[in-house]
Design a protein around this ligand. Sequence first.
Ligand SMILES: [Zn+2]
Length: 307
Amino acid sequence: MTYQTTLAGPAVCAGVGLHSGVRARMTLRPAPADTGVIFRRVDLKDRDNVVPLSADAVTETRLGTTIANAAGASIATTEHFLAAVFGLGVDNLIVDIDGPEVPAMDGSAAPFARLIARAGVAKLNAARRVIRVLKAVEYVAADGRRARFEPSERPEIDIVIDFESDAVGRQRFEFSPDCDSFAESVAPARTFAFASEVESLRRAGLAQGGSLENCVVIENGKVVNDGGLRFADEFARHKALDALGDLAVAGRSVVGRYVAERPGHAVNNAALRALLADVDAWTLETLAIPADSTDHEALERRAAASA
Ligand SMILES: [Zn+2]
């Protein structure tokens, strides 16, 4: 897609946050070209409440990705929503939220993808700008988790996970947000947790909004939820969804291949920061708008597929 986009009209959703348990209402508003994706904490009146996307704005990655501005206005668990925004190719958006955490919805990005598809994606008369990866950059964490960016013609995400639990095991999932159907293949994959961890999370004041309605729970090697999994490899698909959402804090699509082994939010953000810190490894590229562009039709097909 070579044109910038925004929503054709506003859209609203509401629900409780997975970790805070606090209910929030989110209003998505169309925005002009070169706005980017901007959150506004409309419940905070005493300070700067505008939180633009930036890799450096990430302040917490333990259980989700929190972004904040210098005044301390923050938004937690941004990754599933941002995966939907970037997976559906929306460049410019103002997101008004009246609480500290993005609603968990069903634990996946599908409700956000449906919301965006219903509102419609509109083309703007300005060329898209992307982060193009020029050379490989690797990040290796102390515990052996690793991730790397490599040059590629399109954005690609390739995830391997390896859990001891038989219900999960080793899984690999790869997709391209440009070529594959994000709405069908990735957006519905839900977040997951092990029952053995849930109690300690709750005692630590986390997972307050978590339930079988918004999380796949694994106990004694089995999925507890009625109806089981949405995909046999739902766990790897969800980690790919998380990676797309975590890389989205860069504010622009990353055109390159992202290969990660057992990633989490911390690894995704550290790898992104490593890429951006190496000025020879990437460039901000303005995509050319072809004279006889069929881009608009591609947008409509994508929106229709996710409706
Ligand atoms: Zn997630």
